[in-house]
Design a binder for this molecule. Sequence first.
Ligand SMILES: NC(=O)c1ccc[n+]([C@@H]2O[C@H](COP(=O)([O-])OP(=O)(O)OC[C@H]3O[C@@H](n4cnc5c(N)ncnc54)[C@H](O)[C@@H]3O)[C@@H](O)[C@H]2O)c1
Length: 342
Amino acid sequence: MGDELKAVLVGCGGISTAWLDPVTKMQDVRLVGLVDIVEEAARKRAEQYGLQDAVTGTDLRTVLRDTDPDIVFNCTIPEAHLEVTLTALGHGCHVLSEKPMADSMENARRMVEAAEESGKLFAVMQNRRYAEPIRRLRAFLEWGQVGPLTTLNSDFYIGAHFGGFRDHMPHVLLLDMAIHTFDAARFISGADPVAVYCHEWNPAGSWYDRDASAVAVFEMTGGLVYTYRGSWCAEGLQTSWEAEWRAIGPGGSVLWDGHEGFRSQVVAETGGFQSKYADVALPPHDAQGETGGHGGLIRDFVGYVREGRTPGTVCTDNIKSLAMVFGAIESAETGRRVEIEA
Ligand SMILES: NC(=O)c1ccc[n+]([C@@H]2O[C@H](COP(=O)([O-])OP(=O)(O)OC[C@H]3O[C@@H](n4cnc5c(N)ncnc54)[C@H](O)[C@@H]3O)[C@@H](O)[C@H]2O)c1
């Protein structure tokens, strides 16, 4: 593999700027093509980023044939992720795709199979793993004072007046947002989903057509119980977009406000009605570059392509986060506890 990798970006809508901003500054990646079913969208991005030499077009196959890239960045809508990924892998490209990996578990499994057959890397953009505070929390938990987690809670309450397609989308919170929080739960705990019970509803006063609130209880590996409470139509006392977290182990507890704020207490002395606790400050953590949101993950992905290593958000792992979303939806629809199989 030469010094410079060639990349094509597909889907030139809203999120594409979060990709093009960092990619166009990378010295060792050259954007050779921009694709969108709306040609004007691709041309507009080419002009905006000074990519006059890049091929623009509406058909991915044609652009792949004309440019022969190493990597495809997929920023299309979820319903297009299967087709774009299979086409890119079939052309021998590595693929980094926007979340959610797929619009169904069946399609996600087809994508994993195609990646395995092609021998190429297929990973998913879970940019929230690339925030410094979540790395700091994870490093603290790995340090071991709290012990293996028994309980993990997250609260996500944002009154988001998007307008547009989300106002009418079924399972809007679970499908469009909770993938981030569920993936964060796996990242923080190192545990994988076993089963879920979920209740979804649309609260009175909601400006969404469909269920914009949900509560879910996940049984996770190692006996961990993870609870999710969330809403996209909760006014006042907004949480962080990263959610607010409490993690409990036999040795103590940690609170993370989803911003920069942490509190932790560990058991200092037992024997009485209540133990005595010591406050512990979370040490600063050198995330060794694994921060920076979209840009950080894209940079790592390119490094992994070069080195033949496997990123944390590789499809074979990320499908477990997606399985939490579809398990929660099935439970909400059937009113039953659902066993989760990735
Ligand atoms: N990681 C994050 O924080 C984050 C934030 C927002 C959106 N997203 C994800 O990014 C993806 C895109 O979201 P968006 O907000 O940019 O949507 P958008 O509607 O603004 O843009 C999508 C673009 O894809 C194009 N497109 C659709 N089907 C295509 C196809 N088959 N081939 C080529 N182009 C196609 C559309 O014409 C449009 O220009 C979604 O999967 C969404 O969930 C992620």
